[in-house]
Write a protein that binds this ligand. Sequence first.
Ligand SMILES: [Fe+2]
Length: 99
Amino acid sequence: MISLTEQWKKHQPLVKVDWENIVINIGREIEHPMQEVHLIENVDILQYTTAWLLRVKEIKFSAWDKPEVSFPISELKPGTYKAQAKCNLHWTWDDDFTI
Ligand SMILES: [Fe+2]
């Protein structure tokens, strides 16, 4: 059985924000596998509001994609967000970021 630490290393999104782009890699120390039987299915970008988390962007993946995504920072308004990655076998994992 794989430990939670091992799961964290390959599932936890890592969000990097610079002046132009937001870059999200799944996972932290180990790139998540992308196979038809085991893959990251999607990454949702959720914005914190006063009452709830509002999904503002969804990026879908196939087994042929790398488990990473980048998009222009101009697509999001200033605020605090959660990047939530969904593995088809190992639940969802997230990381917060602010722009
Ligand atoms: Fe997984």
